[in-house]
Design a protein around this ligand. Structure first.
Ligand code: UT7
Length: 333
């Protein structure tokens, strides 16, 4: 992708954090009518981690961020911008400022970005724009979610799928541009397939004014439709990002998809002709951690020594909105 201002970006460090408490498939059978066999064969998920107080989005995101800063070798005071991709903030007014305070990132402006399971990819592209225009040099991007707060634990169609976590990356101005291509998409006409809706009942505050007072209600999902959407749109959007990057699919070293379902991961890899040994997956251990899933998988693979400097990574997020997007980037400076 051409960079007119000659201000490239590089992802220079990663970190991740998951809560301490595990919930395996067997334990779920005590809650709803399901089985380890059903969950494993339909999703690939064996267990998930759940955030229990005093764990919060702030604590998980802060832990992940500290690791990412250490890996990148920069101090919190050097961060210009903190972007927190989340749909499950500790505070609906925004959670990023709490993380800024915890880190002591005194110079940083901080705000939340909501794009559900596409949040990390949308955040990566957003961060890149601030750097490419020369406005900021050092961006901390966090993907974090605590969907266990918003799951109906009586609904077997959704409660078996989700888990909690956070992942973070440091994105810095760099001579060569390591974000090679991207494509982002939204389709609100399919919004009703996956929701965490606000619902209010009216409260009369004056004789003529009734205001809705309510709460957010647990996740509802049409799994079949979201599945169909994912296996069709994700290969398309990765192809588009590869086209932007002027790369053919065989140049990809690693495929890191949003970790929603092992069957979706397998199907996308197959459609793109990407062999299994290039596909990174940890959905078995953490379930669907929404905006956290890509940076969590990325960080694990970096720490395991799988992903090495200059490796080319294709990543794609997809989910509520509906939103989806892909980015092709090279690891490191
Ligand atoms: O991050 C956001 C993106 N979200 C996703 O990517 C989710 C995409 N969708 C999926 O991953 C899959 O559609 C699911 C894993 C959610 C469901 O798998 P499926 O193969 O599409 O199953 P289904 O919804 O067609 O359900 C098949 C059967 C149904 O029973 P009947 O109607 O055939 O008698 C369900 O009631 O399985 C039943 N079922 C379950 N049975 C045991 C649904 N959930 C469960 C369960 N345990 N947990």
């Amino acid at each position: 992708m051409q960079n007119f201002l000659n201000n490239g970006i590089a992802i220079t460090g990663s970190g991740s954090a998951v809560p301490a408490t595990s919930l395996d498939n067997q334990l779920l059978t005590e809650l709803v009518e399901t089985s380890d066999e059903w969950i494993t064969s339909r999703t690939g998920i064996s267990q998930r981690q759940l955030a229990l107080p005093p764990e919060s989005l702030t604590t998980l995101a802060t832990d992940a961020s500290k690791q990412a800063l250490a890996a990148a070798g920069i101090k919190a005071e050097d961060i210009d911008l903190i972007l927190l991709a989340t749909s499950t903030p500790d505070d609906l007014f925004g959670n990023a400022c709490r993380i800024q305070a915890e880190l002591g990132a005194i110079k940083a402006v901080a705000f939340d970005l909501t794009a559900a399971c596409s949040g990390f990819v949308f955040g990566l592209v957003t961060a890149a724009q601030y750097i490419r225009t020369g406005v900021y040099q050092n961006v901390l991007l966090i993907g974090g979610d605590i969907l266990s707060r918003w799951v109906d634990w009586q609904d077997r169609r959704t409660c078996v799928l989700f888990g909690d976590g956070a992942g973070a990356v440091v994105i810095q101005a760099n001579e060569s541009d390591r974000l090679l291509g991207f494509s982002l998409k939204s389709d609100g006409t399919q919004n009703h397939y996956l929701n965490l809706n606000y619902e209010g009942t009216t409260k009369q505050i004056t004789p003529n004014i009734n205001v809705p007072i309510g709460a957010y209600h647990p996740i509802t999902m049409n799994g079949k439709e979201v599945y169909r959407f994912a296996v069709q749109k994700v290969p398309e959007v990765i192809d588009k990002a590869l086209f932007e990057a002027h790369l053919s699919v065989d140049k990809i070293d690693w495929l890191i998809l949003h970790q929603a379902n092992q069957r979706i991961i397998n199907s996308v890899a197959e459609r793109l002709n990407i062999p299994d040994h290039k596909v990174i997956s940890n959905v078995a251990h953490y379930g669907n951690t929404s905006a956290a899933s890509i940076p969590l998988a990325l960080d694990e693979a970096v720490r395991q020594g799988k992903i090495k400097p200059n490796d080319i990574i294709a990543t794609s997020g997809f989910g509520a909105g509906l939103t989806w997007g892909a980015a092709i980037f090279q690891w490191g400076r």
